[in-house]
Ligand binder design. Structure first.
Ligand SMILES: Cc1cc2nc3c(=O)[nH]c(=O)nc-3n(C[C@H](O)[C@H](O)[C@H](O)COP(=O)(O)OP(=O)(O)OC[C@H]3O[C@@H](n4cnc5c(N)ncnc54)[C@H](O)[C@@H]3O)c2cc1C
Length: 103
């Protein structure tokens, strides 16, 4: 079965509170590369997103896909590790927090 999550707007949100910046799984790499809050506070992540492929790839590619792909060459994963990011995984009814390199 193929499930297209691309039109779930809630998953494309980028927001922050006093403690953290949150990136929805379908946030595109193109958006992450230019987001003002990310560029000023998490420059390594913005630069990693900007370095991926070409503009066409960055518009289509998502942070969730880059992490979930499990590729040793996924550019966002090292930046997320350096920034001590956590990935919130929803598995059936459970919600778990994991380091990006431990999915
Ligand atoms: C020409 C070209 C150049 C590229 N260059 C680079 C590069 O320089 N650096 C780089 O890192 N990558 C590169 N890539 C690889 C790719 O574009 C990226 O890794 C991209 O971030 C994948 O994201 P996506 O949303 O397209 O994921 P998809 O390809 O749609 O999905 C990848 C995998 O993750 C799963 N998945 C996707 N989203 C989720 C989710 N929210 N939850 C759970 N599982 C999910 C999918 O089921 C699939 O198994 C390149 C690809 C191409 C075609």
């Amino acid at each position: 079965m193929l499930v297209d999550i691309g039109r779930l707007k809630e998953l494309a949100r980028i927001w922050s509170d006093d403690t953290a910046l949150y990136l929805g799984a379908t946030s595109s790499l193109a958006r992450i590369a230019v987001d003002a809050a990310i560029r000023s506070n998490f420059q390594a992540l913005a630069e990693a997103a900007a370095a991926v492929g070409n503009p066409q790839v960055r518009r289509a590619a998502t942070i969730g896909g880059n992490v979930a792909l499990g590729s040793a060459t996924a550019d966002l994963v090292p930046a997320l590790l350096v920034l001590d990011a956590q990935v919130i995984c929803h598995e059936k009814l459970a919600q778990n927090k994991k380091a990006p390199g431990r999915l």
